[in-house]
Ligand binder design. Structure first.
Ligand code: HEM
Length: 90
């Protein structure tokens, strides 16, 4: 909580503003939600699968998902995009 409220790393840290992560230059080293070391969160992988499910359910409600980017897929170990892809949902 102290790190995530530190004004040296975050502009306006108290405000919930997911758009701050749209800037590719934003430092992710100061984003440390599951802590680390011996007492790192035991549920972090479970939690991230849960979030992916929530996003899947959310995106499933949109009729159209498009992207302007050239989509390059890594075929293995499971198909996944080579780099992050920005999408538009309608
Ligand atoms: C958004 C979801 C979650 C966040 C942000 C989160 C974050 C954290 C943080 C910051 C700690 C403290 C680490 C420390 O003491 O330094 C922690 C510990 C822990 N978390 Fe989570 N957690 C999440 C979800 C979960 C879930 C879903 C589970 C279990 C299913 C879980 C189980 C635990 C356990 C057992 C610890 C204690 C680990 C230890 O002290 O050895 N967490 N979590």
């Amino acid at each position: 909580m102290v790190l995530h409220n530190d004004k040296r790393y975050w502009d306006d840290p108290i405000n919930f503003n997911p758009a701050r992560f749209e800037d590719p230059n934003v430092t992710h080293e100061a984003y440390f939600p599951f802590a680390g070391g011996a007492h790192t969160c035991l549920g972090k992988f479970f939690a991230s699968y849960l979030f992916k499910n929530v996003i899947y359910k959310l995106v499933d409600n949109f009729e159209q998902i498009t992207t302007d980017e050239d989509l390059k897929i890594n075929p293995a170990p499971i198909p996944n995009p080579r780099k992050d892809v920005k999408i538009q949902v309608l």
